[in-house]
Each structure stands twice: as structure tokens, then as C-alpha cells.
Design a protein around this ligand. Structure first.
Ligand SMILES: [Ca+2]
Ligand SMILES: [Ca+2]
Length: 104
């Protein structure tokens, strides 16, 4: 069985419209702030997210479902590292509770 792809060319847009169409983006961060590293549907930031970060960084190293949620310190390039774990712990447990970085 052969499958061929046909290009419509740069001047011909496909007639895509309606409820069956959607946009695929790389954005996965829920809500406005980062920190939901366990990606629970309520977008809660709690000890479960600290546990998930520790698991990601030091135990199983299983990738975060949404790395953007893990960039808690808002570092450039979205790197998720020990600084993010520190920021998450600070946000939850250490006054004056460093704010979470916004989703980017
Ligand atoms: Ca969570
Ligand atoms: Ca970071």
C-alpha cells in the first residue's frame, strides 16, 4: 500500500474550518502560574508537586508531562533544575513565600 502526499502549493490554502479543526501548540502550562509539576487537573501546587520534582531530578528522572510547569524559578530557556525545586519549596514552606513564575 502506497501513500502519497500532495502539496497544494504556497498559494492554495486548504479549506479547513469548523469544530473539527484545532490548533496544536507547545503550550501545556495550566492556568497562569507554574508549579503544577504533577499536572493534576485542579492545577494545585502542593507537596505532591515537590515529590514529583524530586522524582524527576533525582529518582526516576521520568520527564515531566509539562516541563513548562517545572520552570518554577522562571529561568531563561525553561531549564528545570535544582533551582526550580528550591523555588517550589520556598513558595510552599518558607516565608515570605517566593512567588511562582508565570507560565511563559
Ligand atoms: Ca499539582
Ligand atoms: Ca528553571
Amino acid at each position: 500500500m502506497a501513500i502519497s502526499l500532495v502539496s497544494l502549493g504556497p498559494d492554495v490554502a486548504p479549506d479547513w474550518d469548523g469544530p473539527h479543526c484545532f490548533t496544536i501548540t507547545n503550550e501545556c502550562c495550566m492556568g497562569e502560574m507554574t508549579g503544577n509539576t504533577d499536572y493534576d487537573p485542579q492545577d494545585l501546587v502542593d507537596i505532591g508537586d515537590v515529590t514529583r520534582m524530586i522524582d524527576y531530578l533525582f529518582v526516576s528522572m521520568e520527564p515531566l508531562y509539562c516541563p513548562e510547569e517545572g520552570n518554577v524559578d522562571g529561568s531563561e530557556g525553561g531549564v528545570v533544575d535544582m533551582g526550580d525545586l528550591t523555588a517550589l519549596i520556598s513558595y510552599l514552606f518558607i516565608p515570605p513565600h517566593t512567588p511562582l513564575a508565570p507560565c511563559q
